[in-house]
Design a binder for this molecule. Structure first.
Ligand code: HEM
Length: 126
């Protein structure tokens, strides 16, 4: 069996300069996981809001609090990034934009579009 001894044994992710396509890929996974994990909170808020008038008012209060608004901004970014990156991945699966120059360009476009959508959402929320 061929055992290589020159393989890296320690990878410091902070020191690796990742290409923009890798960052899109990592963010896509992270945003998907974040959205899934936030589903119970949404179900709880929906349930509370439908219980009675007091519950509905309590949900309004929760949604108006600054930490929840900030989390909302992160979630909007997560959804926007996941949507745009997901479309990009589906196009790549269909062999569209696989050339490295084009793939780099579309990766930057995903970041830009997600940030633009988030800024628009902030504008609506404020
Ligand atoms: C908005 C439209 C969406 C599109 C176009 C989309 C697209 C995709 C695609 C193409 C993948 C597979 C990526 C790959 O090949 O590795 C994926 C993975 C995933 N999506 Fe979505 N998605 C969307 C919405 C959502 C939502 C709303 C959630 C969560 C509530 C979600 C959660 C996930 C998760 C957890 C994964 C697996 C991530 C991974 O392991 O890499 N997606 N999505």
């Amino acid at each position: 069996m061929n055992t290589r001894t020159d393989r890296p044994v320690f990878l410091d992710l902070r020191k690796i300069r990742m290409p923009v396509m890798a960052v899109v890929s990592i963010f896509h996974r992270a945003s998907g996981i974040l959205m899934v994990l936030s589903i119970p909170a949404f179900i709880y808020l929906l349930d509370l809001s439908l219980r009675d008038e007091a519950g509905f008012r309590a949900v309004i209060e929760i949604l108006r609090s600054t930490p929840v608004k900030l989390f909302g901004v992160v979630l909007v970014w997560a959804l926007a990034h996941h949507l745009f990156a997901g479309i990009r991945f589906l196009l790549l699966d269909m062999d569209q934009g696989v050339d490295v120059t084009e793939a780099r360009k579309t990766a930057w476009m995903v970041h830009a579009a997600a940030i633009a959508a988030t800024l628009m959402a902030i504008g609506v929320m404020l």
